[in-house]
Design a protein around this ligand. Structure first.
Ligand code: ZN
Length: 301
């Protein structure tokens, strides 16, 4: 009996430190893995909740991910609708896990809607319907990870979370944060320089899902969206969008892989434009922003 107890104690002794030793982190979307990796120096395993190709506005965790969550020590939220819908249940699965809200202290802007003139026609009921996407998009723009200056705020929260979970490496995380902030400053300047060639009268672009509102605001561009309140436009709305796109001499409609491209293609055919992919959720975040800036230059110059 004593021997068995001894084994049990030994087992406990061996296992407990392994669970608490190095932090394991979860993030909601792929770009956040890029941010955490830069601040941790790649030292911490990071799992992505919303898998590539899926939309954070409609995603549901896989059973396997629920099991992985039980072993995680940190969750970095982004404040998108996935977090709003799931975070309470996620915390219940693993009450010891620290939830770090990287969207804290970021002032959100209203979501860009193509039909701003229609906003006042909306009945209150249509703002509180069960369509999560519609709810989110009638409120504030969640796509805060596409402006390097807002990523600086998110990075500071990530650094604080890592330092709390792993106090032994505080210095390393602070150094990595400083380096990352310098990279963000340089990237911001690079994007400004790339976009500087677009003339003032051509700085409006058309995109299916309005993911690029913060990017547009940061770089003096105007985003127009095909989606209306998070939904495909009605035939009447579609013809309004087509008229406006023709008036603006739109040559390109940007689409992203997580959403249907049907109405974007209809508009493109009608006005003789092409559809071009811009992915706001790519994990190779910095290169993806460079690519987006170049695609905009090509489309608008
Ligand atoms: Zn979105």
């Amino acid at each position: 009996m004593k021997k068995i107890l001894g084994h049990i104690l030994l087992l406990l002794f061996c296992c407990v430190p392994q669970v608490t030793a190095s932090p394991r982190a979860f993030v909601t979307i792929p770009p956040q893995k890029y941010f955490v990796d830069h601040i941790s120096g790649g030292q911490i395993p990071v799992s992505i909740m919303v898998l590539p190709g899926a939309s954070p506005h409609t995603y549901e965790p896989k059973p396997k991910q629920m099991a992985q969550l039980a072993a995680a020590s940190l969750y970095f939220t982004i404040g998108d609708s996935f977090d709003l819908i799931w975070m309470e249940r996620i915390q219940a699965i693993n009450p010891k896990m620290t939830i770090v809200r990287t969207e804290a202290n970021i002032t959100k802007i209203p979501i860009t809607d193509h039909h701003e003139t229609h906003a006042h026609h909306l009945e209150p009921e249509s703002l509180s319907e069960h369509d999560h996407h519609g709810v989110e998009h009638s409120l504030l723009d969640p796509h805060i990870w596409l402006d390097p200056n807002l990523v600086k705020i998110q990075a500071q929260h990530i650094c604080t979370g890592l330092m709390m979970a792993d106090p032994q490496n505080v210095q390393q995380y602070q150094q990595n944060l400083e380096k990352f902030e310098q990279q963000l400053t340089a990237l911001d300047q690079e994007i400004q320089d790339t976009l500087a060639v677009i003339p003032a009268e051509k700085r409006s672009f058309l995109v299916f899902h309005p993911s690029w509102g913060y990017f547009a605001k940061a770089y003096g561009l105007q985003q127009q969206a095909v989606e209306v309140q998070g939904k495909e436009p009605s035939p009447r709305e579609l013809s309004q969008i087509i008229a406006q796109a023709q008036a603006l001499d739109t040559k390109v409609i940007f689409v992203q892989p997580q959403f249907s491209q049907k109405s974007a293609e209809v508009i493109a055919q009608q006005i003789g434009a092409t559809t071009v992919h811009l992915d706001p959720l790519a994990e190779d975040w910095a290169n993806n922003l460079r690519h987006a800036a170049q695609a905009l230059v090509q489309a608008l110059q």
